[in-house]
Design a binder for this molecule. Structure first.
Ligand SMILES: Nc1ncnc2c1ncn2[C@@H]1O[C@H](COP(=O)(O)OP(=O)(O)OP(=O)(O)O)[C@@H](O)[C@H]1O
Length: 259
């Protein structure tokens, strides 16, 4: 299977090493390596401060690692020029954030279509592509609405439609259910799992074991290192959830981090 993402011995330090004593330096990532194959749905879990956001920022090319290499869709993003990076992000990466980040003055349909317009997709092709992803995410009936007229769950599913419509090499989701109630979380995770079954490669950062149980593989990060890994295999989601909970409690996650 084709590898979509390779993370090789990535280190990220904040602050300067300096010469003297007492210099404040945080090793946010301390030698992280893993691969993601095409069609995988990966969850990255860890307690607060473990390095999840730092790792996601490095993969999404918003930040650069101090050392190590990250290859996305065959391109070494750690050595790419800034100008090429913004184009690469737009064309090859899909983003879903905790807050949907939709543009308030555009309808759902216009928000999704804009991602295609920016990538210079032919205007003739746009309506069909928008309709197709809207059907996949069960939001066809809210396409004409503005974000303030949608429920939180609908906004997040429109945000997923926008992330996937450009056919990115990988969708990067940062706590996508963080602002949703349990029913809408379940719907959104179901949508992500559906997109994954239809071929999308997804990497989701979460500190929620329930959200992680919808993935096919979970990487646990602690103090900037990969501490453990679980694959779902043939297990039911409930069995997988139990295993994830066991690792989380073994890692010493506080109750607040498990939610
Ligand atoms: N800009 C920064 N400058 C200095 N230290 C930072 C910076 N950003 C993050 N850190 C430190 O790096 C470590 C990892 O932080 P990171 O935000 O990646 O954790 P996280 O797992 O995403 O946490 P959370 O779940 O709370 O968002 C922490 O110790 C944090 O204090």
């Amino acid at each position: 299977m084709e590898t979509v993402l390779q993370v090789h011995n990535v280190q990220k330090y904040y602050g300067s090493k300096g010469r003297g004593m007492g210099t404040a330096m945080t090793k946010a990532l301390d030698g992280v390596s893993f691969d993601v194959r095409k069609g995988e749905f990966i969850a990255i879990m860890g307690t607060s401060g473990s390095g999840k956001s730092t790792l996601l920022n490095c993969i999404s090319t918003i930040d650069r690692p101090t050392a190590g290499q990250i290859v996305v869709d065959g391109r070494d993003v750690t050595s790419m020029r800034q100008r090429d990076l913004s184009r690469f992000r737009r064309e090859r990466l899909g983003f879903v954030f905790q807050d949907s980040n939709l543009l308030d003055t555009l309808t759902g349909e216009e928000n999704v279509a804009l991602a295609l317009t920016i990538n210079r997709v032919s205007p003739k092709e746009i309506p069909g592509r928008v309709e197709q992803v809207a059907a996949m995410l069960d939001v066809a009936d809210v396409l004409k609405k503005y974000p303030y007229q949608m429920s939180g769950g609908q906004r997040q599913r429109i945000a997923c439609a926008r992330a996937i419509v450009t056919r990115p090499a990988i969708v990067l989701a940062d706590e996508p259910t963080g602002a949703l109630d349990s029913k809408n979380s379940r719907l959104l995770l179901g949508s992500l799992a559906d997109l994954n079954r239809q071929g999308a490669t997804i990497l989701m950062v979460t500190h929620d074991s329930y959200a992680a149980s919808w993935s096919s593989r979970v990487l646990f990060i602690k103090d900037g290192r990969i501490f453990n890994e679980l694959s779902r295999g043939d297990e039911s989601r409930q069995q997988f959830f139990q295993k994830i909970m066991d690792v989380v409690s073994f890692m010493g996650g506080e109750a607040a981090d498990v939610r």
